[in-house]
Structures are given as structure tokens and as C-alpha cells.
Design a protein around this ligand. Structure first.
Ligand code: ATP
Length: 478
């Protein structure tokens, strides 16, 4: 947290004001670079690799969308309010914290009140007793125009993909499976935002919705490209380390389509620097998963705040298109050109949280090198906010000008950073703390033979490289 705040990764929104609300954070310059590079990798390893298409939809959506999706009725968390001081708590978490009892999210109000009475639970702030529990809808309501029509900030980005499906399918000349991706903000009025980027009220999602023909889920020749992908699956509390092909054969994953996209996701995360040995695809129990989801796995990562969910992988069946078809009174069936049948496509989704991914990458990259008394962010070069720092050893004898010239050349093609203030040792430390893998120093020898030193962040070893070959070096290592 300290590093994130001091090195410009992220900080609380509106922090100069006393009425700043919890659950809103800003990405500073370093964090924003890291986020953008993460998104670029997501586009490269998932979207481009699989020929997916990407859209960018509205964040405010009309009420009917959420009548159809069920969010208006069901996107609620149980809360309890203190009669004396008015403090509000999320009921299921409160009970678990106080009693150690695991409470399903969908437990009825009566049952929650029964447990509160049985354990004689009281407000932690003032020891007051509680009103009867209520359900709190987590959507942010907005009013449109002077007539103040009711609308909502989307609580998940995928709804724009679902309602845009008929036009997207038509303009993309209709094929199935069709993978549509979207990156954007979602909004949830969380009762207890916490742990900076972990539980936010405004956050980034990168969702991929695969529209598919439910009768052809095993007809996927491209599955062969990923059949050997190692997967760590956690099913009913036991772990299975298998490849994608065996996962289907042993019945852990239901079909090639699901296994293919889970494999792509796993291959993507293995390139982010997250330690894959501290990850798992955990199958959700029947109580945890949405009623319409026949297969539901969460991709989870173990961090210093425990295991956290980064991506929900759900087979959503035809629930979404069926509901939007019913409420909008539009026919959302399409013809699958591969077998000429009329079908209401089913959906398999990879619903990824960008902020939690960034949090986990920072968590897994943070390294305290006690021997060298330094903090290093061991980010993979592809995600490093700065790829290379350029320093003159001293600012005299033409070294400053030489370094500035090199920096001007590099900054157009690489994320480069110029620094001449403070001792060279301190400049290296600053660079290591933002995860820059290389530091390039212009010294007296540079003026003689046109070479610079390149210093490696992790090993602190240095080598000399010709100025004319810096780009070749960076291209080979980025
Ligand atoms: P949780 O159980 O942690 O509340 P969820 O199951 O409600 O999460 P989904 O609706 O499946 O989450 O959303 C998909 C992804 O979006 C999550 O895996 C997570 O990475 C991200 N996400 C969801 N809610 C938040 C939030 N409040 N802050 C940050 N990221 C979030």
C-alpha cells in the first residue's frame, strides 16, 4: 500500500475532501501505465489470438435491461442496521466474522434474523441491537433528462454485449461460436468496500462473452492448440493438476469450448507474472453459483490478503438472451450457418476484474531484498510501467546532453524515463520500486566509445551495449 501510494500506482479518489467516499480509487501515472499494458496483453493473448471482436458500450442502461437480467429483483446483499447508532453491516459477513458460521449469500431474511437472535449478536460500534435484516440493491440509480426517467449504471459490463447481440451478430456476418469482448467500468454500491483495489464501487471489468450453439460444444478444432495446457482445478475441496484434454476426459470440465477458453485464460495469466502455482480454478458449489449457470469456475489467486477471485468463468446457458428476448419482445434466435439450424445461443463467459488483477500482480511481484536493502517490483518487462530508465552518471562533460539525446530517441517507442536528480544509487532504487527491468547509464566511457551500461533490475548485473544497439537489446527483452 505504501509503495502504491508513494510511487504513483494508485490513491484514494477525492482525497483532499472530507466527504470523499470509500471504494473509489484513482490510478496514478505508474499504475495507469501498468493497467494499460495489462489491457494490451489481454487484447493480444485473448482477443487477437482467438479472433474475438471488441465493443465499447454505454455505462448507463435503461431499466428494462435490469428487469430482464434480474438485477432489479436479485442483485441484493442482506444488511442489518443498528437500532441505536444506525451503523449498517453486511449481514452474512457479519455473522461469519462473529460466529465462524459460513452463511450462503441467498439465505432468507427470517433465517438471518434467527441466527442474530440465537447468537445474541450486537452492533460492534455501540452494542445496540439490530432491526430486522433487509436486502439492499447494489445498483446505482440515475435519472435521465428533466423528466427523470429511471436508469442504472451497469453493475456488469456484459449486459451491453447481450442487448447489442442481434446487431453485432448481423454486422459480423453471423458465425458461432462468436466471442465478443468488452472492457469498461462497472458500478456496484458495495456495502463494505475494502482493501483498495479489491472491493471497489467503481471498477474495470474485461468481459468476454462467447455466444455458442449448445449442440456443438465439442466441435472446436482449435481446441487442439491448447489441449496440453496445464490447469489447476479445485473441485469439491480436492485439487487436480491436469492438462486441458484430461480435464475433459476425467469429467472435470464439461466440453471442449469451456476447456478451450479456460486454457486461454490460464495461458494469459501465466504471462502476467502471477505465480501460477498460487492460482486455481475453483468450481463453485450449487449454493454459490447462479441458478442458470451449469458450470461455474472462479479463477482465484492467493495473495497477502488471502485467496481472491479475479475471473468468474460461467456457462450462463440461454438465460440472458431468453430473458432479453422476452422483455424486449424481440426474437433473438439466429441461424447457425455451420448446420443451418435455428438456435438461441448459449453463453460462456470469462468475466475478469482488471483492478483485482493489477492488485494481485503487484502483490506477487513485490520483493524485499534484505541483503541489498531494497524493495523491488519484479514485474515482467511486458507490464513494467517503465521499461528503461536513462541516467547520466553526472550532469557535466556533455553526459547530460548525451543521455537526453538517447532518451529522446527511445521515448517514442518504449516506456522510457529520464532522471538526473540524486545519486545514481538512489535513482536505481526508484526505478526498481516501479518495476523497471533495465537502467541505462551514460558515463565517461560513453563519450569515448559510444557504449552505455545496461543494469538488470533483478540481478543488479551490468553490461555494456553500443548506443546503436540499445533498441535491439530492448526489443529482445521487452
Ligand atoms: P465477489 O464475490 O468478490 O463480490 P462477484 O462474484 O460478485 O465477486 P462477479 O460478478 O463474478 O464478481 O464479477 C466478475 C469479476 O469482477 C470478479 O471476479 C472481480 O474480479 C470483479 N469484481 C466484482 N466486484 C468487484 C468489486 N466490487 N471491486 C473490484 N472488482 C470487482
Amino acid at each position: 500500500m505504501k509503495l502504491a501510494l508513494e510511487r504513483g500506482f494508485y490513491f484514494p479518489s477525492c482525497e483532499i475532501y472530507a466527504d470523499a467516499h470509500a471504494g473509489f480509487w484513482e490510478y496514478g501515472p505508474t499504475g495507469n501505465n501498468l493497467k494499460n499494458k495489462f489491457i494490451e496483453l489481454w487484447r493480444r493473448e485473448l482477443l487477437r489470438r482467438d479472433d474475438m471482436i471488441e465493443i465499447d458500450g454505454s455505462q448507463i442502461m435503461s431499466k428494462s435491461v435490469f428487469v430482464a437480467s434480474g438485477h432489479l429483483d436479485n442483485f441484493t446483499d442482506p444488511i442489518i442496521k443498528c437500532k441505536k447508532c444506525g451503523a449498517t453491516f453486511r449481514a452474512d459477513r457479519f455473522i461469519t466474522e462473529k460466529t465462524g458460521k459460513e452463511i450462503p449469500e441467498l439465505l432468507s431474511g427470517n433465517e438471518i434474523d434467527k441466527i442474530i437472535n440465537e447468537y445474541k449478536l450486537r452492533c460492534t460500534r455501540c452494542s445496540g441491537s439490530f432491526h430486522e435484516s433487509e436486502r439492499f440493491n447494489m445498483m446505482f440509480k440515475v435519472e435521465i433528462g428533466p423528466s427523470k426517467e429511471e436508469a442504472y449504471l451497469r453493475p456488469e459490463t456484459c449486459q451491453t454485449i447481450f442487448v447489442g447481440f442481434p446487431r453485432i451478430f448481423k454486422t459480423m456476418r453471423g458465425r458461432l461460436p462468436l466471442a465478443v469482448a468488452q472492457l469498461g467500468k462497472s458500478f456496484r454500491n458495495e456495502i463494505a468496500p475494502r482493501q483498495s483495489l479489491f472491493r471497489l464501487r467503481e471498477f474495470y471489468q474485461a468481459e468476454i462473452e462467447v455466444f455458442c450453439n449448445p449442440n456443438r460444444l465439442n466441435e472446436l478444432p482449435k481446441f487442439d492448440q491448447v489441449k496440453d495446457t496445464p490447469l489447476l482445478l479445485s473441485i469439491k475441496n480436492s485439487s487436480h493438476s491436469v492438462n486441458a484434454e484430461d480435464a475433459i476426459r476425467k469429467g472435470y470440465l464439461p466440453n471442449k469450448l469451456v476447456a478451450y477458453y479456460i486454457s486461454l485464460l490460464s495461458l494469459f495469466y501465466s504471462k502476467t507474472g502471477i505465480n501460477m502455482e498460487r492460482t486455481r480454478f475453483r468450481q463453485l458449489s450449487d449454493e454459490e453459483k447462479a441458478f442458470y449457470a451449469s458450470t461455474a469456475f472462479d479463477f482465484e489467486v492467493e495473495t497477502s490478503i488471502g485467496w481472491i477471485e479475479l475471473v468468474a468463468c460461467n456457462y450462463r446457458s440461454d438465460y440472458d438472451l431468453k430473458r432479453h428476448g422476452e422483455i424486449s419482445k424481440q426474437n433473438l434466435h439466429v441461424i447457425d450457418p455451420s448446420d443451418n439450424t435455428k438456435v438461441l445461443p448459449h453463453l460462456f463467459e470469462l468475466s475478469m476484474g482488471i483492478d483485482r488483477s493489477i492488485y494481485s500482480i503487484l502483490d506477487h511481484s513485490y520483493y524485499e531484498d534484505t541483503e541489498a536493502e531494497r524493495v523491488v517490483l519484479k514485474l515482467v518487462p511486458q507490464l513494467a510501467p517503465v521499461l528503461v530508465g536513462v541516467f547520466p552518471l553526472v550532469t557535466k562533460d556533455g553526459l547530460r546532453e548525451k543521455a537526453q539525446n538517447i532518451y529522446s530517441e527511445l521515448k517514442l517507442d518504449y516506456s522510457a524515463f529520464y532522471d538526473e536528480s540524486g545519486s545514481i544509487g538512489r535513482r536505481y532504487r526508484r526505478l526498481e520500486e516501479i518495476g523497471a527491468p533495465f537502467a541505462l547509464t551514460v558515463d565517461n566511457q560513453t563519450m569515448k566509445d559510444d557504449t552505455v551500461t545496461i543494469r538488470y533490475r533483478d540481478t543488479m548485473l551490468q553490461e555494456r551495449v553500443k548506443v546503436s544497439e540499445i533498441s535491439v537489446f530492448l526489443d529482445a527483452n521487452k
